[in-house]
Design a protein around this ligand. Structure first.
Ligand code: FAD
Length: 461
């Protein structure tokens, strides 16, 4: 990239430019997934909206492949790119809580742990995910599935407005009354429409969750999964619990006798009084003979960060996903088979219930189309050692291929690798054409295409 042009860009910024050869380049180019090894030509670490405008103008004028990086957690590595320009929002972090209105304003590069930290003293929480190190930007724009989904809806169901730097460098605020088409597309359509520099969310008075796991031996998988299937969809919306295959980590949190044992389980996180949650979850916790059953009332930020130490940045990560409407006995049998073959201690399969409040939004009310699915299934191959990348990937693909015929067809965009256009279209179903029309209006040249890409009408690449 021409040195003079880069100097011009530098003089327009308050943030910094990082290039290959700079001391900070290596750490700055890395993203969460250690499998992703991309080398951008230019990283623009923005500190404010003016910096983002300058970076977008520079990328457009120079016709550069452009990635937007929020928290850098995308499994497929969509927060970076080879050769092109990364608009890095990682230093744009402010969170402002409006206690009276129960709304929260969050800068585009914040992480969910930072939001939890800021809202908790007010006794408030924004529905997010299951770990705290994920970026607000990517998680929100794809939908946002987490512990509060059944009680409060997806993260996008609680998005009130967003400030967006568009591909032409202009800035708009999208909400229900302004740029309503863009606001619709942002709620599930990913980073296709511009750089979101600020999100405004509705918050809920949730200070604690009644949380903790129930684990069963793998031999009981079929019974446990079959009961879970019926139990969770009939449970009060205050009850949340995702089903998982996992290996119990060797930490003091668990009895030594269970360390490294492969199990199936449900990780509970319920709102409302602890006694009610204990009573409501009892029928499921009493199935068969659990190896461990322990829940307690915990601060919400603690629950949201329980898995953070187990999944630090830099591990090899390969995942595949699907939405699931019905969990047949046959599918359960196949899950039991693959779940017993977890290829590493960190590998796992999760089934997240996405009914309850998330079902009260229609399938064309937001870009997130699978409102009729009951679960988001994600099969995750993870290992710290790059030598095991092949093993975790092939386990994950084999498991996915076997279960995909039982799925609803498409997947949650935030749990996908780079899987091609057909899969992207399958995820948006009937909403795809409307998204493509909105993309044509706001980003006709497809400047923002390092994402699960919605192509503007008439654009092929
Ligand atoms: C350990 C782990 C746990 C996860 N847990 C959950 C979970 O509980 N629930 C859930 O729903 N998902 C979860 N995810 C998936 C997560 O939502 C996606 O990986 C998401 O893309 C991460 O967002 P990010 O901002 O960190 O990612 P990045 O890699 O920075 O960006 C991902 C995509 O979002 C776009 N983007 C990011 N920020 C912006 C912005 N401000 N403006 C415009 N576009 C932007 C980027 O262009 C890119 O296409 C998890 C992922 C990991 C790795």
């Amino acid at each position: 990239m021409a040195a003079m042009q880069i100097e011009q860009l530098r003089s327009a910024l308050r943030g910094v430019i990082i290039q290959p050869g700079d001391d900070s380049y290596e750490p700055a180019r890395r993203v969460y997934n250690g499998m992703i090894d991309k080398r951008p030509g230019l990283i623009v670490r923005c500190v404010d909206v003016a910096d983002v405008i300058a970076a977008v103008d520079y990328a457009r004028t120079n016709n550069l492949l452009t990635a937007i990086r929020g928290g850098g957690h995308n499994g497929g590595g969509l927060g970076t790119c080879d050769d092109g320009l990364v608009i890095d929002l990682s230093t744009m972090k402010g969170v402002r809580v409006d206690q009276a209105k129960r709304t929260v304003r969050v800068a585009g590069g914040a992480l969910w742990g930072e939001v939890d930290h800021a809202t908790h003293p007010f006794g408030l929480a924004v529905p997010s995910g299951f770990v705290s190190s994920t970026g607000v930007g990517g998680l929100t724009l794809g939908g946002g599935i987490g512990y509060l989904t059944r009680a409060c809806g997806l993260t996008i169901d609680n998005l009130l407005s967003a400030d967006v730097v568009l591909a032409d460098g202009s800035v708009v605020t999208a909400d229900a009354d302004h740029h309503a088409d863009l606001f619709w597309a942002l709620r599930g359509g990913g980073g296709n429409f511009g750089v979101v520099t600020s999100f405004e969310f509705r918050a809920y008075p949730v200070r604690t969750l009644y949380a903790g796991p129930t684990f069963w031996p793998l031999e009981q998988t079929t019974e446990v999964m079959a009961v879970y299937r019926d139990f969770i969809l009939r449970a009060p919306e205050s009850v949340n619990g995702f089903f998982a295959f996992l290996t119990i980590p060797p930490t003091p949190m668990f009895p030594e006798s269970l360390h490294l044992r492969k199990v199936c389980g449900v990780m509970w996180a319920c709102t409302g009084p602890a006694a009610e949650a204990a009573e409501a979850t009892k029928p499921m916790r009493s199935v068969g003979k659990p190896l461990l059953d322990h829940q307690a009332e915990m601060p919400l930020p603690a629950v949201n960060s329980l898995f953070d130490p187990l999944y630090p940045a830099g591990m090899q990560w390969y995942w595949r996903a699907d939405f699931v409407r019905e969990l047949s006995d046959e599918a359960i049998g196949r899950h039991a088979q693959h779940g017993a073959a977890l290829p590493s201690m960190h590998s796992t399969m999760h089934l997240y219930a996405i009914d309850g409040a998330a079902h009260r939004v229609g399938r064309s009310d937001t870009a997130f189309s699978y409102r009729d699915a009951n679960w988001a299934e994600v099969i995750v191959g993870v290992d710290p050692d790059p030598a095991n990348a092949g093993a975790i990937t092939s386990w994950c693909k084999g498991y996915f291929d076997d279960l995909h015929p039982y799925s609803a067809g498409g997947a949650y965009v935030n749990f996908m690798m780079d899987e091609g256009q057909e899969r992207v279209q399958a995820s948006f179903r009937d909403n795809y054409d409307r998204l493509a029309a909105i993309k044509s209006k706001y980003d006709p040249a497809n400047l923002f295409r390092v994402n699960q890409n919605i192509r503007p009408k008439g654009v092929v690449t």
